[in-house]
Write a protein that binds this ligand. Structure first.
Ligand SMILES: [Zn+2]
Length: 302
């Protein structure tokens, strides 16, 4: 039995374990559920189990050539496709179609994961359809998606749906207690909203989140120049800026002060501007200025 290191979604664990034990692996699965609840972790573990050459009852054995290669990220029978920028393009699916037709090397099967499969372009989906209609007998394709409506009906009808459920705050707390020595505060737990992926991201960048809390707390008690000069955390964290902006919203909401809640619109604007490729530093400047003005407006009025 596996998936021991993944929290929640016990029904999914049971289903996937059973299919491994009974050697009843299907050609295509569609893993559905909100972002960050562990679909990708499950898909990886499942892929490793499918490819493992060990005994059915002990997969993944973590000892066979396939398991070792999988852990090292060089198992030739495994591939993961990711969106490039915002979409998975037809060229990527064409390449996958070509590779999938080559016989497995280390394992007796091949597994392909398409992460964020709901970002496939129409052309990419149509190209994938050909493989889904007539997959090689050794192949399994796992589609991961949060919005199944973006997938063609013809694709959806060919894959077995596996629904993932939200993980409760209690389950997350239990997981943190058992597995992580790091403490995370209440704001961080609200931010995670049942997503283990977010918990792990927060822990990795915990210092950034703490710095951000400090910055937001200081807006009402410092002048604008000080705030702009002490906001490096936002300027230097381009890779995680979306998470940080969402976190600002959590912090603003928590205060229950009207001027803080009013600031959420500016955060949302900044998020939009960043996805439309506006100048990064200017967007952050503007966000801080607007927030500072909103939060300190009462002093101006007085
Ligand atoms: Zn193995």
């Amino acid at each position: 039995m596996s998936f021991n290191n993944i929290i929640g979604n016990e029904k999914v664990k049971e289903l996937l374990n059973k299919s491994i034990e009974q050697n009843n692996i299907l050609h295509s699965y569609l893993f559905l559920g909100t972002e960050g609840i562990g679909k990708s972790l499950f898909a990886h573990e499942f892929a490793k189990m499918i490819l493992c050459n060990g005994d059915e009852k002990e997969k993944p054995c973590n000892k066979c050539k396939s398991c070792i290669e999988f852990e090292n990220g060089n198992n030739p029978d495994f591939m993961q496709i990711e969106n490039e920028e915002t979409a998975i393009k037809i060229e990527q699916i064409r390449y996958m179609n070509k590779k999938i037709s080559e016989k497995p090397i280390t394992s007796t099967r091949k597994v392909y994961i398409i992460n964020n499969s709901d970002t496939m372009t129409k052309d990419a989906q149509n190209s994938l359809l050909k493989t889904l209609e007539e997959p090689p007998q050794y192949a399994t394709i796992i589609l991961i998606a949060s919005n199944e409506n973006k997938l063609l009906n013809t694709i959806r009808s060919r894959a077995i749906k596996v629904n993932f459920e939200q993980i409760s705050e209690q389950e997350i707390l239990k997981y943190i207690k058992q597995n992580i020595t790091e403490d995370i505060n209440e704001n961080m737990i609200s931010f995670c909203n049942g997503s283990l992926g977010k918990v792990l991201r927060i822990i990795e960048d915990k210092q950034s989140y703490l710095e951000l809390e400090d910055l937001i707390n200081k807006i009402s008690t410092n002048d604008l120049v000080y705030i702009l000069n002490n906001s490096e955390i936002l300027y230097k964290s381009k890779e995680i800026i979306n998470d940080l902006l969402d976190y600002i919203n959590i912090l603003l909401l928590k205060t229950q002060k009207i001027e803080n809640i009013n600031c959420i619109q500016y955060v949302e604007n900044a998020k939009k501007r960043l996805t439309s490729n506006s100048n990064y530093d200017m967007t952050i400047d503007e966000l801080l200025i607007k927030m500072w003005e909103e939060i300190n407006e009462k002093y101006n009025r007085g």
